[in-house]
Design a protein around this ligand. Structure first.
Ligand code: NAD
Ligand code: DAU
Length: 343
C-alpha cells in the first residue's frame, strides 16, 4: 500500500502515521500538510526521517500539488485528516474552513477518481449529526450541523457521498467522537486545560460545564480508521466512537486531580459558543464493530490520566507552541474579554 496521509502534522494524523509505521511496516507514506497554525514539524519529527515517510508541504485544495504527489509517489490510497478543526476559531473566521473542509475534500475526490486510486478514507466527525438529548446517532441519522466548523465538515461528507453515487469514486467516510491523547494542539479542552493547570493558571469552563462529549482515545480512533482503510466499503459511513460519555466538569475534575490542582483554578465564563454549543454527542459504533471487526481498547479514566502525564512529560513540545504569537493572539482575542486578569 502507498498511502497519501493529509494533515499528518496535526494531532490525529500524526498518531495515525505512527500507527501505520508500527503495524504496517511495508506501507509507504506520503504526508501532505499545509503547516497551518495547527500543523507542526515538531509533531512529526519522531518519524520524519523514516525511509517509509516523505513529507510534502502544501494544501489539499491545490490540484497541482495533489496530483504531483499521486504520480511521483505512485499513491494507491488516501486518508484525509487535513482540516480546520476548531469550533471556537470557526466562530471568529470561517472562510478557511470552507476552503479546506469542503473545497479540499472535493479536490482529493477528483484526484482519487482521475488517478484510479483503490480507496480514499475521509475522516469526519460526530458533529455533523448535530446535538442529541437522548439516544444515540447512527450512520443513517440526519446531518444537522450547528457550527460553521461542523457545517464545513458536513459539506465535505456530502461531497464524498455525491462523488461515490455519481462517479463510483471509491471513497468512504469515518465519523469520530471527541479524541484525547498525545500530540493534540493545546487549544482543545483537554490539552488547553492541562497545560494551563500545569502552570497554575485558571481554566475557562463555558457556562456550567454540563455539556456531554463522547471521548475516544486517539489510538482507538486511528485503529478504526485503519480498519476502514483495509476493510471498509466505498460509499459507506462508519461511526468510530467509544462509550465514554462525560459532562465537561467530570473531565475537568480528573484533570484537576491528576495535575494536583484545586477547584479554585476553575473559572466559569459566559458561554462563547452561545446557541452553537451542542449539548450532547453520542454515537453508536455498532456498525464499525461488526462490519470492520474493530473495537476500542483504551479504558477512559486510566488513559485520560496517562494523557495528562504525557503533557507533563513533554513540555518542550507544547511550550514551543504556546509561546508563539499566533497561539497567544488567539487566546487573547477569544478569552481576553472573559478571563481578564486571569488570562
Ligand atoms: P488538527 O487541527 O490537529 O490538525 C489538522 C492538520 O491539517 C494540521 O496539521 C494542519 O496543518 C493541516 N491542514 C489544515 N488545512 C490544510 C490544508 N488546506 N491542506 C493541507 N493540510 C492542512 O486536527 P485533528 O484534531 O488532528 O483532526 C484531524 C481530522 O479529524 C479533522 O478532519 C477533524 O475534523 C477530524 N476529527 C477530529 C476530532 C477531534 O476530536 N480532534 C474528532 C473527530 C474527527
Ligand atoms: O466531536 C468531535 C469534535 O470534537 C471534533 O470534530 C473537533 O475537531 C474537536 O475539536 C472536538 O470538538 P469540541 O468542540 O467538542 O471540542 P473542544 O475541545 O473544543 O470542546 C470540548 C467541550 O469543552 C465543549 O463542550 C466546549 C468545552 N470547552 C472547550 C474549551 C476549549 C470549555 O468549556 N472551555 C474551553 O476553553
Amino acid at each position: 500500500m502507498r498511502v497519501l496521509v493529509t494533515g499528518a502534522a496535526g494531532f490525529i494524523g500524526s498518531n495515525f502515521v505512527q500507527l501505520l509505521l508500527e503495524e504496517r511496516p511495508d506501507t509507504k507514506i506520503a504526508i501532505l500538510d499545509a503547516l497551518t497554525y495547527a500543523g507542526n514539524l515538531s509533531t512529526i519529527e519522531r518519524f520524519r526521517s523514516s525511509p517509509n515517510v516523505r513529507f510534502f508541504p502544501g494544501k489539499i485544495q491545490d490540484p497541482t500539488v495533489v496530483r504531483g504527489i499521486l504520480e511521483a509517489e505512485q499513491i494507491t490510497h488516501i486518508v484525509n485528516f487535513a482540516a480546520e478543526s476548531h469550533n471556537d476559531r470557526s466562530l471568529l473566521e470561517s472562510g478557511s474552513f470552507i476552503q479546506t473542509d469542503v473545497a479540499g475534500v472535493h479536490t482529493l475526490l477528483e484526484a482519487t477518481r482521475d488517478h484510479g486510486l483503490e480507496k480514499m478514507v475521509h475522516v469526519s466527525t460526530d458533529e455533523v449529526y448535530g446535538t442529541i438529548d437522548v439516544g444515540m446517532f447512527t450512520e443513517s441519522s440526519p446531518i444537522e450541523p450547528n457550527t460553521p466548523y461542523s457545517a464545513s465538515k458536513a459539506g465535505g461528507d456530502l461531497q464524498v457521498r455525491a462523488h461515490h453515487i455519481t462517479f463510483r469514486t471509491p471513497a468512504l467516510i469515518t465519523r469520530g467522537g471527541n479524541n484525547y491523547g498525545p500530540w493534540q494542539y493545546p487549544e482543545k479542552l483537554i490539552p488547553f486545560f492541562v497545560t494551563r493547570l500545569i502552570d497554575g493558571k485558571k481554566v475557562p469552563v463555558y457556562g456550567e460545564g454540563n455539556q456531554v462529549r463522547e471521548w475516544i482515545h486517539v489510538l482507538d480512533h486511528c485503529t478504526g480508521i485503519l480498519a476502514a482503510l483495509e476493510r471498509g466499503k466505498p460509499g459507506e459511513v462508519y461511526n468510530i466512537g467509544d462509550v465514554n460519555e462525560r459532562r465537561n466538569m467530570e473531565v475537568v475534575k480528573i484533570l484537576l486531580e491528576e495535575t494536583g490542582r484545586g477547584e479554585d483554578l476553575v473559572k466559569r465564563i459566559p458561554d462563547p459558543r452561545k446557541g452553537a454549543h451542542d449539548k450532547r454527542y453520542s454515537m453508536s459504533a455498532d456498525k464499525a464493530r461488526s462490519e470492520l471487526d474493530w473495537a476500542p481498547t483504551h479504558p477512559f479514566e486510566e488513559s485520560l490520566r496517562a494523557t495528562v502525564r504525557w503533557y507533563s512529560d513533554n513540555q518542550d513540545w507544547w511550550r514551543a507552541i504556546t509561546a508563539r504569537e499566533d497561539f497567544q493572539g488567539f487566546i487573547r482575542r477569544f478569552y481576553g474579554p472573559s478571563l481578564g486578569d486571569d488570562l
